[in-house]
Design a protein around this ligand. Structure first.
Ligand SMILES: [Zn+2]
Length: 311
């Protein structure tokens, strides 16, 4: 509600974009003058001194758009925060768009921002496991045969009783070589890596990890790697609920999207900004970070205090 009220008009969205672009207030890139006229419909700031026009949407996903900024803002907010993920059809309904194609296009553009590589390696204690995704869920007896399903790796940080950052990747197989490469690509060398007893993980110590194998459940029904298990079952529920029938070729994109949202679940406003291309591209660490709520407040405050009044 707060979000919708704040961005109820095109002018409010433009003000926010200008505040992101010029946190210290407008300054003409050509002559440095600090006053401008706003050509609202074209998203342009025209310098009052030299008349050079600067687009406030340059470098964002909204550049050159004919769709209302309000629609973009609300779409990015939904994609960033709506937990099970949003399909183009849901987005069309939520935004009240007459054309499905518009919703689809917006979604594709926002999704592109989710493919931003998440490079900072996981650290501390990390649970690592592999699992199958896609295909027919029933009928497979478990085990590690590939079948028609895609084999994926999951790595997730242990943060007290909860989970920290997540990484997901499609794997060619469950060999020691593939699993070792997955851990190396996602996890810092100094980390403690928890896995199950699968022989594919035995090489991790040689790679320099503090590898701890778990083979005994503390209690019946408990999972050896509870955080990895939880992340995977949430992922599966999401894939089934929202993206039925995702082909293997699209799988990495959906894994990226899931990871993006998981890793920003406590900082929805950072996610929103990244999706729109407003900077804040670095990956947030979730542990000791401010909660989404305080971030909204800080962010609202920044809008109020920044001077964007054109002369
Ligand atoms: Zn100027």
């Amino acid at each position: 509600m707060e979000f919708q009220e704040r961005f109820a008009t095109e002018a409010a969205c433009l003000e926010y974009l200008a505040a992101s672009r010029w946190p210290e207030g407008f300054a003409c890139p050509a002559c440095g003058a600090r006053s401008a006229w706003v050509l609202e419909r074209r998203h342009l700031w025209e310098c009052a001194a030299c008349h050079v026009q600067t687009s406030v949407t340059a470098g964002t996903v909204m550049h050159g758009t004919r769709t209302a900024l309000r629609t973009w803002f609300w779409a990015a907010y939904l994609v960033a925060t709506h937990h099970p993920g949003v399909s183009a059809k849901q987005l069309q309904r939520q935004l009240g768009l007459s054309r499905y194609e518009t919703a689809w296009l917006i979604l594709q553009k926002l999704r592109r921002a989710m493919v931003a590589p998440e490079r900072a390696p996981l650290g501390g204690e990390v649970e690592v496991d592999e699992f199958f995704l896609g295909g027919i869920e029933d009928g497979l007896r478990g085990g590690r045969e590939r079948g028609t399903k895609a084999l994926c790796g999951v790595a997730i940080e242990v943060r007290g009783q909860g989970s920290g950052r997540l990484r997901l990747m499609v794997l060619p197989d469950a060999s020691g070589r593939s699993l070792g490469a997955f851990v190396e690509a996602t996890t810092a060398r100094a980390a403690i890596v928890h896995t199950d007893g699968w022989s594919g993980y035995t090489g991790l110590s040689k790679l320099g990890y503090d590898h701890r194998r778990r083979s005994q459940r503390a209690e019946p029904g408990e999972h050896l790697l509870p955080r990895a298990h939880r992340a995977v079952s949430n992922l599966k529920a999401w894939m089934h609920g929202t993206h039925r029938g995702v082909g293997d070729s699209h799988l990495p994109v959906y894994l990226d999207e899931y990871v993006f949202r998981h890793n920003r679940r406590r900082t929805p406003m950072a996610a929103f900004q990244t999706l729109l291309g407003l900077g804040a591209r670095h990956e947030p660490t979730t542990y000791d970070q401010i909660t989404g709520r305080t971030q909204v407040a800080a962010w609202a405050n920044r809008i109020r205090t920044s001077a964007i009044t054109p002369s």
